[in-house]
Design a protein around this ligand. Structure first.
Ligand code: F6R
Length: 608
């Protein structure tokens, strides 16, 4: 959701900025632009459309000389996607320019205040207010102008700012939207995410809320919002640029699906020690874990779907009540958090605005928050009391696959750990479950290798109008994610239903040939789900079943069956989701959709 890149140093800035922006395309955008200081003045080139348009307009950056600049990919919030609303935005005399990710909530008030003082606006964006407000406060000291603006604005922002008066400096700041800065021998960088600058440096600094950075070609200084200088330590990024490249795969999504065996291994194995589960990051004794009375899981999208699975697994294995909430609901519903509760927030990006707000709400009420997070150093990782990282590495495709799989593993480990310390899982069963967990990577690999069969099946459904996913219990949770995977990248309408609920209304939508994917991995529910399959088949549905090898009885009710290998039913989601991810992927590919960057979506949803 909006990407920012800035560079000041020895090299021509524009090509570096274009390259960095291309690494942020996964975040989702509809227009792109750059502002470069050419030695005399700031020039802006911007355009609606893909980054390619900006690359063509500037001949790969060649036509914009200069060693200092900022760039932006915009995901429209205020004002339609067009050239004027694209960033960067100027003040009236084109001496101050800004790129912004986030939402300025009090922009209407500020706009009115500035309009009353004679400022004129050319765009519909909230961002343009910032350029004029900086102009209003700028009296020769750029740092002072920036901090004064920060004291006036409400909302979320990551900003890159250039002042023509101080062409040897870039200013950067953030609140609740991601921003990092980095340094190399060649110059200093700002970016919304590490992959944008990883080619140039591994030395990055995570900017904290309302910190201001002044970057020069060979050094940078950090300040508080009150202009006091700060000392910060850099972090060395350990992972490789390869992790953020396609490595020969047609799409990032396919590559990331293929990384799932490794992701699962990396998230699982460091936490299994001597036939036990050790989650040091919890910083909780066995007694504290055993004393937990309730768990609240809060997340958005696929992370929420992982949470729904987590509810079934934790309640089943640890016998503790679990509530799962969509973060956007939790934050405003005045939730009842009782003594002895723990809040678990789940997020790949660690920047999702609603999840972050739910975390803060919980902390404000005095509850400890555990973050299950993928992006190291992200806002949620930094603000949670404890962090259990999912070691999925950078996920670029907008539709999550490997991070979701890693979230499931983190939740299984948590459930088993709590179940064990509460004496709800006997040692023999515990050992057998550890054995099953360790088999998951190979089993996932095997399912991935079955991709041709699924591709063939998917090709039959590229023209589908509606697809329904049904299941009970954990299978319902799997259906939620399978349905989201299909609809978000193929634009085919799809719904997930608890199998027993379908007949309370939705079954009226089933027509001759409608595809219904029935997920059935829970032995005690096999027969129940078969009944629901028969119901839809009787109304003309074509039934695809995803089930366990032992459940051959399903063939009577299904038109097409995909089997998953044997595992503990609590872990079946990790296997059943693989063919459903592949199905969504191949339908979208068959339709010619932009699989890695579906329309209207952003990878990191930093606004509510
Ligand atoms: C769907 C998807 C989204 C995210 C959701 C939460 O494929 O990726 O639904 O799961 O936006 O994002 P994070 O996990 O970054 O908080």
């Amino acid at each position: 959701m909006c990407g920012i890149v800035g560079y000041i140093g020895k090299k021509q800035a524009a090509p570096i900025i274009l390259d960095g922006l291309s690494k942020l395309e996964y975040r989702g955008y509809d227009s792109a632009g750059m502002a470069i200081y050419d030695g005399e003045k700031i020039n802006i080139t911007k355009s609606v459309g893909r980054l390619k348009v900006l690359e063509n307009l500037t001949r790969g950056g060649e036509t914009m000389p200069g060693f200092c600049g900022i760039g932006h990919t915009r995901w429209a919030t205020h004002g339609v996607p067009n050239d004027t609303n694209a960033h960067p935005h100027f003040n009236a005399d084109e001496t101050i320019t800004v790129v912004h990710n986030g939402i300025i909530e009090n922009y209407l008030q500020l706009r009115q205040m500035l309009a009353d003082k004679g400022y004129r606006f050319v765009s519909d964006t909230d961002t343009e207010v910032l350029a004029h407000l900086l102009d209003y406060y700028y009296k020769g000291n750029p740092l002072e102008a920036v901090t004064k603006v920060l004291h006036r604005v409400e909302g979320s922002y990551a900003l890159g700012i250039l002042f023509a008066d101080c062409p040897d400096q870039i200013f950067a700041t953030r609140k609740d939207s991601p921003l990092i800065v980095g340094q190399s021998d060649e110059g200093c960088f700002i970016a919304s995410d590490v992959p944008a600058i990883l080619k140039y440096t591994r030395k990055v600094y995570y900017v904290d809320n309302q910190e201001v950075v002044r970057l020069r070609a060979d050094h940078m200084h950090f300040y508080t919002v009150d202009e006091e200088e700060l000392r910060k330590d850099p972090v060395t990024i350990e992972w490789d640029t390869d992790a953020a490249e396609k490595a020969g795969y047609e799409h990032f999504m396919l590559k990331e699906m293929y990384e799932q065996p490794k992701t699962v291994t990396d998230t699982l194995m460091p936490r299994i020690k001597d036939d036990d589960i050790v989650i040091e990051e919890l910083h909780m004794t066995d007694e504290e874990l055993a004393a937990l009375k309730k768990i609240h899981i809060v997340a958005c999208g696929s992370a929420y779907h992982a949470g729904v699975t987590g509810k079934y697994v934790i309640e089943g294995l640890a016998r503790i009540p679990v509530e799962v909430d969509l973060a956007s609901e939790f934050r405003y519903r005045d939730p009842i958090l009782e003594e002895g509760s723990m809040v678990v927030v789940i997020s790949q990006s660690g920047e999702t605005a609603d999840t972050l707000a739910a975390l803060r709400e919980s902390k404000a009420r005095g509850f400890k928050v555990l973050g299950i997070v993928n992006v190291v150093g992200s806002s949620i990782a930094r603000e949670a009391d404890n962090v259990m990282y999912t070691w999925a590495g950078p996920e670029i495709a907008v539709a999550t696959t490997k991070a979701y799989s890693a979230q499931l593993i983190a939740l299984y480990l948590l459930a088993m750990k709590i179940g064990k310390v509460r004496g709800k899982i006997d040692p023999e069963a515990f050992s057998a479950m550890l054995g099953d967990l360790k088999c998951l990577p190979d089993q996932i690999e095997m399912l991935l290798n079955n991709k041709l069969k699924i591709q063939k099946f998917a090709n039959r459904y590229v023209g589908a109008k509606d697809v329904f996913f049904i299941g009970r219990g954990i299978d319902y949770a799997i259906s939620l994610e399978g349905s989201l995977k299909l609809k978000e990248i193929s634009y085919i309408h799809s719904e997930a239903y608890a199998a027993g609920e379908l007949k309370h209304g939705t079954i009226s939508l089933i027509e001759e040939g409608t595809l219904v994917a029935a997920v059935s991995t829970q032995p005690e529910l096999y027969a129940k789900t078969i009944s629901n399959m028969v119901e839809v088949k009787a109304r003309g549905a074509f039934v695809l079943a995803v089930t366990c090898e032992e459940n051959k009885a399903i063939e009577k009710a299904a038109d097409y069956v995909i089997y998953i290998p044997e595992t503990n039913p609590y872990f079946a989601n990790s296997l059943a989701i693989i063919p459903l991810q592949l199905f969504g992927y191949y339908v979208a590919v068959g339709k010619g959709c932009d699989v890695d960057k579906p329309r209207n979506l952003a990878k990191s949803v930093t606004v509510e």
